[in-house]
Design a protein. Sequence first.
Length: 144
Amino acid sequence: MFKRYTFWLWVAVVLQLLTALGHSLSFFITPVATSDTERQLLELMTSYQMDMGGGIHRSMQQLLNALSACFPLLYLLGALNNIYLLRKRVEPSLMKGLVVIQLIVFGIGFGVMAVLTFLPPIILTGLVFMTLSISYYVISREYR
């Protein structure tokens, strides 16, 4: 079981879905200020509208929400690609190519998370990267 690349890809799928779901929860949680400085920051983040040109005015919170929506969508895309190709039982060389692409994308994502965020996204992105790495190693060893 642990020696089959499909096992590790299914583990990656579960972790990708958990990461997407976990990050989506941030859209349902309202930040609460614990000091006057935080209160002022949250007020400015939500109320101050910057002129983006072309008649578009957005707050920093709106920009943050837009970027924050891309993170779970990226992980959902990775999981759905893996599910589709695993169910189609495509040849291992095709899966190996997909895993390489995902290793590059999710590896860069893991690096960004490790430098710029906090423990939950660091751990989840690290686990996805690790299971994809194991999958690549196993598929490379099985199908040279």
